[in-house]
Design a binder for this molecule. Sequence first.
Ligand code: PEP
Length: 251
Amino acid sequence: MRTRRPLIAGNWKMFKTCAEAVEAASRLVDLSSDANHTDIMIAPTFTSLALVSEKIAGSNVGLGAQNLFWESQGAFTGEISAQMLVSAGCRYVIIGHSERRQLFGETDESVNKKINAAIQSELIPVMCIGETESQRDADKTFSVLDKQVQMGLEGFSSGDLGSLVIAYEPVWAIGTGKTATSNQAQEVHRFLRSLIEKKFDKNLAESIRILYGGSVKPGNVAELMSMPDIDGALVGGASLDPEVFSKIIHF
Ligand code: PEP
């Protein structure tokens, strides 16, 4: 029996105008109204957040952002704070996505500060971690993940991290159509849970939700979700079409 409530999260990346985002969100609300078995999150672009928030109000779809900056306000052109996300209706924020790490220079130190800012504003942080293909080939998967977890969560107590969600997203599986096998993913999720137990405590290790991300689709979600340590999915491409995403939600 599942002890942790699943979370199926959609990362819309840099797709959809305001009108397209509102239309997709509205359709998703209809399609997921019977999905009481899981939490649901969508993360549109910043420009659509407030509009989508109005559309999904009162539904079982929660709103997330794709990033934030750790300062609360100030001369930081182009950045958005945690409080601003809350004021736009967000409950969740994705932090340290591999595209941000690879394309925008995000580091484990910045991830750490962003998680802190999210927690201070009572946003649920979805911390993304994952190894590249060459790191996996060089047998460094566990050491890479260990470092990302140690540094990303440095300085927190287990009490701080009650809402934290971890998304394990092997970089080689994002947007590539390659998915980790359910056994590969389970092995890593088990490792992450034991890492959390060592760094914090058993309670947090048992309650923390660990999502899998990387080419999740309607055809592979059920098998991934049958694994004991996989508590949900972070979905990119397949979250853009509400009909397809709804099939994933109804795993
Ligand atoms: C993602 O962007 O987090 C992701 C997992 O993308 P995709 O599902 O397209 O591989």
